[in-house]
Ligand binder design. Structure first.
Ligand code: SF4
Ligand code: FES
Length: 236
């Protein structure tokens, strides 16, 4: 089948402003959009820039906006599209070149939630143990591959006035540690998350949950963080 794509292009070093370029790629119906992008780069236009690595929904590097919805190019079969496919960089982030965006602010926010186990007790002789039930509390959050699709789709992050909101991806990771039975930093985590630009920045708009390629119940998990904070602060 012939796949027609309209792709956002911008090289700040030589383009005055962004523009869209049309391409046509001959593809098998079981090819993914990522295969088409690779073919464009290899066979038609070596100046076209985008990120990819694993090709199988694991590394999270090929997040982009596809027909207006953020997702992974490696997880979308071309046969699922009719007509021209519009490919754009993730919104919210500064464009470095074409589909490559500056994710430093994303990872800075991610780091700000202390994405590691906080422990205070002496290490046990063996590993810190956890039952399957305790593990299942946060297992879904472990699927996150930090693709940034959720944060890029969040209207709160898209709004210039509220762009300091830490964003859903960071909160998924905060949930992962707050609900881990081995973590001993609950008090610090609650105090950190109990802020306007942290968990209370979420307006429960569900856009993050709609786009997550790993089907993580993000809004639900953010809601659980809010509930935990409320219960701790009000002694319930
Ligand atoms: Fe991507 Fe989902 Fe993780 Fe957000 S929660 S960064 S959409 S995998
Ligand atoms: Fe790794 Fe798509 S290329 S997730």
């Amino acid at each position: 089948m012939l796949v027609r794509l309209k792709i956002f292009r911008y090289d700040p070093e030589k383009d005055e402003k962004p523009y869209y370029q049309a391409y046509e790629v001959e593809a098998d119906s079981m090819d993914r959009l990522l295969d088409c992008l690779n073919r464009i780069r290899w066979e038609q236009d070596p100046t076209f820039s985008f990120r990819m690595s694993c090709g199988h929904g694991v590394c999270g590097s090929d997040g982009m906006r596809i027909n207006g919805i953020c997702g992974l190019a490696c997880q979308q079969l071309v046969r699922g599209f009719k007509g021209e496919v519009l490919i754009e960089p993730l919104p919210v982030f500064r464009v470095i070149k074409d589909l490559v965006v500056d994710l430093d602010p994303f990872f800075e926010k991610y780091s700000s939630i202390r994405p590691y186990l906080i422990t205070k007790s002496s290490p046990p002789d063996t590993e810190r143990r956890q039952s399957p039930e305790q593990h299942s509390q946060f297992e879904e959050a472990l699927r996150c591959i930090l693709c940034a699709c959720c944060t890029a789709s969040c209207p709160v992050n898209q709004n210039q006035e509220t762009k300091d909101y830490v964003g859903p991806a960071a909160l998924v990771r905060a949930f992962r540690y707050l609900f881990d039975s081995r973590d001993e930093g609950e008090e610090e985590r609650i105090n950190l998350l109990d802020q306007k630009q942290m968990v209370w920045g979420c307006q429960t708009l569900w856009k993050c949950t709609e786009v997550c390629p790993k089907e993580i119940p993000i809004t639900n998990q953010i809601g659980q963080i809010k509930r935990r904070i409320y219960e701790k602060k009000h002694g319930r």
